[in-house]
Design a binder for this molecule. Structure first.
Ligand code: PGA
Length: 252
């Protein structure tokens, strides 16, 4: 049985003080919760990770992720942060290939394959994002797009490494737009993604793979989405910035 994973991507929002307060509020809200079958992850801006993690450690309910990283361990790469540095401060997860990084920072599948390998080499868990634009959906080519993102970004990995990866399906047209994929649309894609893994790596690895849905997940639509057979939780943006909303999604 796959547990549920609820990850909150804070993007370029919050001050350190606001981030720490947010984790404090999440811990308070989760106080009575049994998290045995759920993993809660917060993904703050890199600058906030040390302070937010110190707060998260007090209650031990919330795990920490980063939004991006470089692929080298160290070097003359001004402005970048390495997987080793993230590991050093206690990060466990790294989001790779978010559509905003693909769109605004021109990250492509080849680069993401290298980053994924570097993250795994530090024993961090990649949350690899894929998803089609509205134009790609409307042209009917959305499955091909996602298949290419998965094949080029992930399918160079060994069976051992692939079984550590989390996939996030995030249709670009649903991110930050308030327009959610219907549970049927999301389930269709999650099932398709799982079938790609089954074909390449076999049924066992596919059955254990976590596939998160992202794109305007809110407390009022989370339950329907998360109850689909191939949806193993969510990667949440806007609604992760308010403790009440994020708790509503965690409890869905
Ligand atoms: P959203 O963002 O929940 O605000 O749509 C999701 C994401 O970008 O991961």
């Amino acid at each position: 049985m796959r547990n549920k994973i609820i990850a909150g991507n804070w993007k370029m929002y919050t001050t350190v003080e606001e981030g720490v307060a947010l984790v404090k509020a999440l811990d308070a809200g989760l106080a009575g919760n049994d998290l045995a079958n759920k993993t809660v992850i917060v993904i703050p801006p890199a600058l906030h990770i040390v302070s937010v993690l110190a707060e998260a450690k007090k209650a031990g309910k919330v795990h920490l992720g980063a939004q991006n990283c470089h692929y080298e361990k160290e070097g003359a790469f001004t402005g970048e942060i390495s997987p080793r540095m993230l590991k050093d401060v206690g990060v466990e997860y790294v989001v790779l290939g978010h559509s905003e990084r693909r769109q605004y920072f021109k990250e492509d599948n080849g680069l993401l394959a290298v980053k994924t390998g570097a993250v795994l080499a530090e024993n961090l868990i990649p949350i690899y994002c894929c998803g089609e634009t509205l134009e790609q959906r409307e042209s009917g080519k959305y499955k091909e797009v996602v298949q290419q993102q998965i094949e080029e970004g992930l399918f160079g990995l060994s069976a051992e490494n692939i079984s550590k990866v989390i996939v996030a399906y995030e249709p670009v047209w649903a991110i930050g737009t308030g327009k959610t994929a219907s549970p049927e649309q999301a389930q269709e894609m999650h099932h398709f993604i799982r079938s790609l893994f089954a074909t390449k790596y076999g049924q066992d690895i596919a059955a254990n793979l976590h596939i998160l849905y992202g794109g305007s997940v809110k407390p009022n639509n989370a339950k329907e989405l998360f109850s689909q057979p191939d949806i193993d939780g969510g990667l949440v943006g806007g609604a992760a910035l308010k403790a009440e909303d994020f708790l509503g999604i965690i409890n869905a």
